[in-house]
Design a protein around this ligand. Structure first.
Ligand code: ZN
Length: 356
């Protein structure tokens, strides 16, 4: 089965805030004045510097060199082009860069309201993740409650690297609110840059930063499992977005092996981590960090011991592939329907509500 034939669901596209000025109408006057008085010009996420080649494919950039800044470009360059049924918009803005919890909450609210007005109201195929101020779980829960009433929001979005491991109890109110609303937690590559992006210190180059993101996902996954998040919230799903894919199997092998020897430390982890992760965790497929070839790809998916974990994504407009090669070269055709339709619908149940 070919991708174009299935009306796929793209689980990672990036509506991009053109300018901080575009968010000001969604803020109260006090905060507009604050931004003006402080001379704040932008909250760009430095995980995705706009001019870096990886941040947008050259043929998707506009005359200013930016991409995915309006719903028309997303519709023509991705939704129409790949015959997509739905796409999940993950807005990567620098909300997590702010040190002020109140300012972070204002920014998150403005981004979510801007998403509704400028994107969701204009494109029926688009869904979105709720951006939250992770700096303060209480304010994050307020935002989840406020925005989850709109059924077009299908997920809660967190960065892969913030101030503390995501399994800590400090963050549990967020998971409780997400589980109650029936929303998965999406953890997307990116950092608030409170700590070095590698375990060995600050790297010199962006290529090191981007390639090191997989290590952050490993740390977060271990934290979520070992702190007992999935024991406490048995209905919670977590989606690792833009994490890469092939690191998971050897990491689970290692985590499960050491859990067997050290399980007395974490008695609430009452079954092998590999089993917990297969039940609760999903991964988007771009960037697909594996060699080409059907036989090799089948072996990688076989090692996951599940065909339920992978979710189709393009990562539009990030530069993960050229032309229309949205699926890795040689991706088994027998799995296209499962990763592009069945798995996304199981992961994001709200999407089923408006299926024809
Ligand atoms: Zn992405």
């Amino acid at each position: 089965m070919k991708l174009l034939d299935v009306s796929a669901i793209d689980c990672d596209v990036h509506p991009t805030v053109p300018d901080l000025a575009d968010l000001l109408p969604y803020m109260e006057p006090h905060w507009r004045d604050t931004i003006s008085d402080r001379g704040i010009e932008a909250f760009e996420s430095i995980s995705y510097p706009p001019n870096a080649p990886l941040s947008a494919r050259p043929d998707w950039r506009d005359e200013r060199g930016r991409a995915a800044q309006n719903v028309t470009s997303l519709a023509t360059q991705a939704l129409d082009r790949w015959n997509l049924r739905f796409a999940v918009g993950n807005c990567i803005y620098g909300v997590h860069m702010a040190f002020s919890e109140d300012l972070a909450a204002v920014l998150a609210r403005a981004v979510n309201d801007w998403l509704v007005r400028e994107w969701l109201d204009r494109e029926p195929r688009l869904r979105a993740s709720i951006v939250v101020p992770l700096q303060n779980p209480e304010l994050a829960v307020d935002e989840i409650r406020r925005r989850s009433e709109d059924r077009r929001f299908v997920q809660v979005l967190l960065p892969a690297m913030a101030e503390a491991p995501l399994g800590r109890r400090h963050f549990w109110p967020i998971y409780s609110a997400a589980e109650r609303a029936g929303l998965p937690i999406g953890i997307h590559a990116g950092s608030s840059y409170r700590h070095p992006v590698t375990p060995v210190g600050w790297p010199s180059h962006y290529v090191e930063d981007y390639a090191s993101q997989a290590q952050a996902f490993q740390g977060q996954l271990a934290s979520l499992v070992c702190e007992g998040v999935f024991t406490k919230f048995p209905n919670l799903k977590v989606v690792l977005i833009e994490s890469g894919v092939t690191w998971l199997t050897p990491f689970l092998w290692r985590l499960t092996k050491f859990w067997r020897g050290l399980r007395s430390e974490v008695p609430w982890v009452d079954r092998p981590p590999s089993e917990i992760v297969r039940e609760h965790v999903r991964m988007t497929i771009q960037p697909f960090d594996a060699p080409d070839g059907t036989e090799r790809l089948e072996r990688i998916i076989d090692h996951l011991q599940s065909d339920r974990m992978l979710l189709f994504s393009s990562d539009f407009p990030h530069w993960q592939f050229d032309g229309d090669e949205v699926l890795p070269n040689g991706f088994p055709e027998s799995l296209v329907g499962r990763i592009a339709v069945d798995n996304p619908l199981e992961t994001y149940p709200r999407m089923k509500e408006c299926m024809p």
